[in-house]
Write a protein that binds this ligand. Sequence first.
Ligand code: ADP
Ligand code: MG
Length: 398
Amino acid sequence: MLVIITPRFSYSHNRRKLLFIAILGLLSIVYLGLEQTDPLVYALHLTPISLTLAVLYEGMLPGIATWAAFCIGGIFIMHNDPLTTLLSSVVLFASGLLCHYKLETVSQLRMSLRFFALVFIHLTIFTTISLLQGGSFEFRTLALIGAANLLSSLFINYIYFHVKHQERFQQELIMSEKYQMIGHLAASISHEIRNPLTTTRGFLQLMGKEDLDRVTLDRYRKYAFEGVDLASTIITDYLNFSKPNEEKSQLLDVQIEIDGIIPWLQPYSALSNIEIDIQHLSREKLLILGESKKLQQCLLNVMKNAIESMPDGGKLTVQTQLAQNSVHIIIRDTGAGMDKSQVKRLGKPYFTTKENGTGLGLMVVMSMIKTMDGKIMFRSKPNEGTICELHFKRVELQ
Ligand code: ADP
Ligand code: MG
């Protein structure tokens, strides 16, 4: 029972040992109360098999508990000879303990043999002492008990290894899932940090120009600082990724958020001669609930993709509008576009068509939009361009 229950309930050694003792106590009471057992079968089969299992696989504490239980049962209930019972079980206990702590767990077959050898030692000592004290055994009974012991040893080891295997398998599965998550996390962090770092680098480069006035220089410096700050925030955010923080949600004015990230895009758009057109089509304030950094990160990713799809120039249009009770952000480009199968794969980890792409940008975007209760949709045609729509629930102030 322990072998079957333990993997589900506890991987901790101490809890496992206590559970063993509890099960043993319970079964002993039930067994001794209900079952009529031949004292010889008790002494030569039940005792050595149970004691070997406990001491060989579970060690000292469960071993002592089992030893005590079977000695008490053997001597006081079965009325077996105290000296014979004690001597044989102590030798079995000691050699089993030695095997447990000194020898490594080997293959199933060799463990079965080791198991049977311990049982056999007990059997030999018990019968020898009994014979020396003038007792007698029928050869048939002894042969039967020996055969039963061998079968039990094989059976118990089979179950033990089977369950152990499952247990190890489960643990490995948990570990490999953890490693996979860490891998994903590391890849996304480096991907996200590259954006602000590239921008910062661009501004630092611009600061090197000679004929810059003081105001422009200060502006560039400010953007460069903001880039470094954003990178550091992203790291913090990703470290908190596993425990998304709902409380940090605040009211965001979509129009302000979008205007705030346009300067970030300029180093990219200027490079490929792209015109950026911002159209706020609603006169009312468009408020949504979310985290500013996350929303900006999402918009930045989508717009960067749009810009990257237009290496030979084009137009990036960003519209905000109110549609019934939701706020729509529509990002349009006149770039390379995608076919249907590509649109389907958007947001799948590692889907990228770029030489230096990571294919993680949209995966992160989609999971963030989801945490903000928003929706994201793409429409695209090859060589015509792409439209990305973001929908959020509008928050109305009373
Ligand atoms: P990455 O930009 O690193 O490739 P993303 O997850 O941001 O990863 O994008 C995945 C892929 O989706 C891109 O490689 C590109 O093929 C396609 N894609 C995304 N946005 C657009 C767009 N606006 N126009 C054309 N293709 C796009
Ligand atoms: Mg991208």
